[in-house]
Ligand binder design. Sequence first.
Ligand code: DHK
Length: 146
Amino acid sequence: MKPIYILNGPNLNRLGKREPEIYGTTTLAEVEAWCREAAGERPVEFRQTNSEEKLIDWVHEAIDEGAGIIINPAAFTFTSLALLDALKMFRGPIIEFHISNVHRREPIYHRSYVSMTATTVMAGLGATGYPIAVGALELLIQENKR
Ligand code: DHK
C-alpha cells in the first residue's frame, strides 16, 4: 500500500510554543501520533522542514511513491511558485491544510498559490484537523479524486 505524505513547512517545528493563541499548544509530535493512528494500515511519511528546497524534494518523492498528500506549506503557501509547480505534477489527491483560518487573518495570508492545484483546502480546524484530513484523504484516494 502506497504511503500518504504529510508535509509541514517553516516554523511548524515550533508548534505548541509558537503563537499558541493562533496555533494552539499541541506539538507536531502529538499531531504526528494522531495522524498515524487515523491512517490505520496506510503507511505515513510525516515530515517538517524550514527549507523550501527540501519541501519540494519531498513533493518530488511523493510524485513517485505517494498515494496522496496533506501539505501545510505555512508561509510558502503565499510565496512559492516553485512549490506550486511541483505539486501540479502530483497525480493523486492533495489536501492543502492550515491550522488557522487564513481567510480571517491578515490579507497577506489570503492568496494561496497552493490552492491553484489542491484538490481541497482545510483551514481553521486547529491541530485536531490533521487526523480529520487523514480520513478525508483516504476517501479521496479511494474515489481516485484529483
Ligand atoms: C501556518 C503558518 O506558519 C502560517 O504562515 C500560515 C499556517 C498559517 C497554519 O494556519 O497552519 O499563514
